[in-house]
Design a protein. Sequence first.
Length: 353
Amino acid sequence: MDELPGGVEFGLFDWIDRRDPDLGRTFEERLRLLEYADSTPFFCYHLAEHHATPLGLAPSPALFLSAAAQRTSRIRLGPLVYLLPLYNPLRLIEEVGMLDQLSGGRLELGVGRGVSPYELGYHHVDPAQSREIFRETLAVLCAGLTRERLTFSGKHLRFDDVPMILRTRQQPYPPLWYATSTIDSIPWAAEHGLHLMRLGPAAALAEGTALYRRAWNEHGADAGRLNAHVATPRLGVNRQIYVAASTERALEEARAAHAHWWESFDYLWRMHGDHAFAVRGGFDDGINAETLIVGSPERVREVIARTVAQSGCSYVTLAFAWGSMSYEQSLNSMKLFAEEVMPAFRRPALEPA
């Protein structure tokens, strides 16, 4: 990975958080945004999975992504992430096979254990056991996608000689992604060559990026790596963004939208009297930390360049639709980015693994 080419790639990230009481209209407007994105160089549309919260109105990412697959032809599509402890792995194996086929082999397969103890708790999953359940479910998923019959015996899961009928279009299975907010998980992700997605101020991510590269180089030849079919992992950072003709206008419009989004983000935590995130949701804090990128195309170019340089990341995902932002605002923001920001960072896209 020391030979990683210069430049940066861009993708899209989405929660599909609550804005309009008409959920059908929200879904339709997201699909229209994706139709536009499909005509641009954005690499992939990544969709979060959340439950029992207005932060995420696509609790079954595959349902929305299957619709997106029919409205697009180029952009890749994927959950970021499937919350593996909440899935029956046999059903998930079949779902992944269907979705990769429906999308024409465009699936990017994000996996994780879930950050919210309240969402896990509603599904009777003990957060203290979620990591080991995640690891077992991932092992079953990868085995089921690559074998004719599945046999597995673990602490939480057991399957005996189950026929595996569905196959993904991509072989052995779609590229795997892992999202984490802690540095402790990075060595495991690097050892297996998983694409990585992280949050936080750019400078604070540099240590994790270097750790990933070291571990990836040390284990690049190991047998049994889960993402061995991926030649060059993408090291990603996620940002909310709003681009307008002027920075003054962008800040004014984004501030109002962010307040609405934060109400959704903090919903479950606040409902349970948990103030862990209460001091971290300020709009001005996000602007100052540059985890929230808002401004004119010129300002956005500067912030993106600084983010990439400080973090060492090679891939930036951007959320263009969030909070009370209208469809027209999100579309205009995305167009300004695609036409006036993205060309400054363009390089030949990496081939899908």
